[in-house]
Write a protein that binds this ligand. Structure first.
Ligand SMILES: *[C@@H]1O[C@H](CO)[C@@H](O)[C@H](O)[C@H]1NC(C)=O
Ligand SMILES: *[C@@H]1O[C@H](CO)[C@@H](O)[C@H](O)[C@H]1NC(C)=O
Ligand SMILES: *[C@@H]1O[C@H](CO)[C@@H](O)[C@H](O)[C@H]1NC(C)=O
Length: 464
């Protein structure tokens, strides 16, 4: 604070000098201060003296882990540090500012990276909290998105976090990309029709998934408690601003054409909306879903092509450090290029070091705190800190882990563009490689070689 004051003091002094001795080249209107400074401020003056030296000492206490060998790279909880500094072992130095403590406290691996980080990888993090919100009408909800505008290297998938208040609609629409969705909170009714005229309607709740293929028109209406859901699109440049809305397809065709198309008098179209509705309040959906089950001669979308999957009812696969649930076209055939996992990691635990051989990974953090190191060949590595509401992105075959850095369970979603959920685990690879090769390469002691595991761990338990 003191050094900031002396800095402003210095500025004020400089301005005073301008007022006291107007320079000949200063253009100024009578009574107005000059826009530009004086030539007197040019350097190399023999009587130039720097004033306002700050003798303040930066007061800080390092966390114990900051005194370790930087390659140990333990997580630094800067939320519990008074004046966090970019120091690990003999690396770094103090930060006198300017700085934003709020960012520094929640991004300790950015401020004081592990000694194993190197160079510059892609940016693998986007907090939805930094996305500009798009409002619905009449307090009906909002949506915010992540796409290549904000994460230029996340080219294969984009995401939207959307909220609908009770009874509110996401307007009838379709889009060029395929849409995969996870319900994050509450419940909603979804409906659609496919190219064969077959109809679909279902209610989904927290933890359930839906999928709408490209071009298939659909709508979403929140039930009693409202709904928040995550949409993932199979195109990193997808924008929620560019969907084909029912209101717009009507307002951008000549009314005579609409009249001919529907075999209705022109007057039928007197009140069609001229602006998009997008997210807007609606009449509450009937409690009994069968009232909205439109059945035609074309029939309903066959069960094995259903647009919903009640993922919330699938039991999790429990492992030592947490649990995993996988969904891919084996169980949810319509989403033929989406494979995903919901991973829960207990405090101290970690999704093991792995990579996905056939796809980029788009990640969304649902609950808790985490960090991950993205390692890209040949030598770059960046560690990112994530919170609930953040998007992560790990390109195909680039290794990463996800460590729980908080005191509560960590929950996140991994989404791949592939027809099977697959990964290669570093532990299983090394554990299943002839020991002599491992010993020659990595110089692990005999005692360690004997303990390597040949099974995939998914999630490992660890000390808090
Ligand atoms: C869903 O929203 C309600 C209301 O804000 C909240 O009480 C509840 O904890 C939320 N559930 C989850 C899983 O976030
Ligand atoms: C809609 O009706 C069809 C045909 O009767 C039936 O097979 C389907 O289960 C119904 N769907 C819902 C959600 O009630
Ligand atoms: C879905 O089920 C129907 C009959 O129930 C079957 O004829 C069809 O081949 C199945 N489709 C797929 C993609 O499995």
């Amino acid at each position: 604070m003191k050094s900031f004051l002396s800095y402003t003091g210095c500025l004020l002094l400089a301005l005073g000098a301008v007022h006291g001795a107007p320079a000949k080249n200063n253009i100024r209107d009578a009574g107005n201060p000059p826009l530009r400074g004086s030539e007197d401020l040019l350097g190399y003056s023999p009587d130039n003296k720097v004033t306002g030296h700050s003798t303040d000492k930066i007061e800080y206490t390092l966390l114990p882990a900051q005194k370790e060998d930087p390659k140990i790279g333990s997580y630094l909880d800067f939320e519990k540090a008074d004046n966090p500094q970019p120091i690990r072992g003999d690396l770094g130095g103090t930060d006198s500012g300017p700085r934003n403590y709020n960012y520094d406290r929640i991004n300790s691996d950015k401020l004081a990276p592990p000694g194993t980080d190197q160079g510059q990888t892609i940016n693998a993090q986007w907090p939805m909290g930094l996305s500009h919100n798009r409002y619905g009408k009449g307090n009906a909800g909002w949506a915010r998105q992540e796409n290549t505008v904000v994460m230029p290297d996340a080219t294969k998938m984009a995401g939207v976090d959307m909220r609908l208040e009770p009874g509110a609609y996401r307007e009838l629409h379709w889009h060029v990309a395929a849409e995969w969705s996870l319900v994050l909170n509450g419940s909603c009714r979804i409906q659609a029709i496919n190219e064969n005229g077959q109809t679909f309607v279902d209610d989904v709740t927290e933890g359930d998934v839906w999928f709408f293929p490209p071009g298939v028109p659909h709508s979403i209406q929140a039930l009693d408690g409202g709904v928040e859901f995550l949409l993932v699109f199979d195109d990193g440049s997808f924008s929620e601003d560019n969907t084909f809305l029912a209101s717009q397809v009507f307002s951008h065709n000549p009314k005579s054409v609409l009249s001919k198309n529907f075999g209705l008098p022109l007057s039928s179209f007197d009140n069609i909306p001229q602006e998009e509705l997008y997210i807007f309040p609606g009449t509450p959906a009937p409690k009994d879903i069968s009232e909205q089950n439109v059945t035609t001669v074309a029939g309903v979308v066959p069960l094995n092509q259903s647009y919903s999957y009640h993922f919330s009812e699938q039991p999790a696969h429990e492992v030592a450090g947490g649990s995993v649930k996988i969904i891919d076209p084996v169980t949810f055939p319509i989403a033929e290029n989406f494979a995903a996992a919901i991973v829960t990691v207990k405090p101290g635990g970690m999704r093991e070091i792995h990579w996905h051989p056939t796809s980029d990974e788009w990640t969304f953090f649902i609950k808790g705190k985490a960090r991950a190191t993205l390692f890209s060949a040949p030598t770059t590595a960046t560690t990112f800190d994530y919170r609930a509401g953040d998007v992560g992105y790990f390109p195909q075959s680039n290794s990463h882990y996800v460590e729980n850095t908080g005191d509560e369970d960590l929950m996140f979603l991994e989404v791949l563009q592939t027809d099977r959920f697959t990964d290669v685990a570093l532990g299983q690879w090394i554990g299943s490689t002839p020991k002599q090769i491992v010993a020659d390469t990595l110089k692990l002691p005999e005692s360690a070689l004997a303990k390597l595991k040949t099974e995939k761990q998914y999630i490992v338990a660890g000390p808090k």
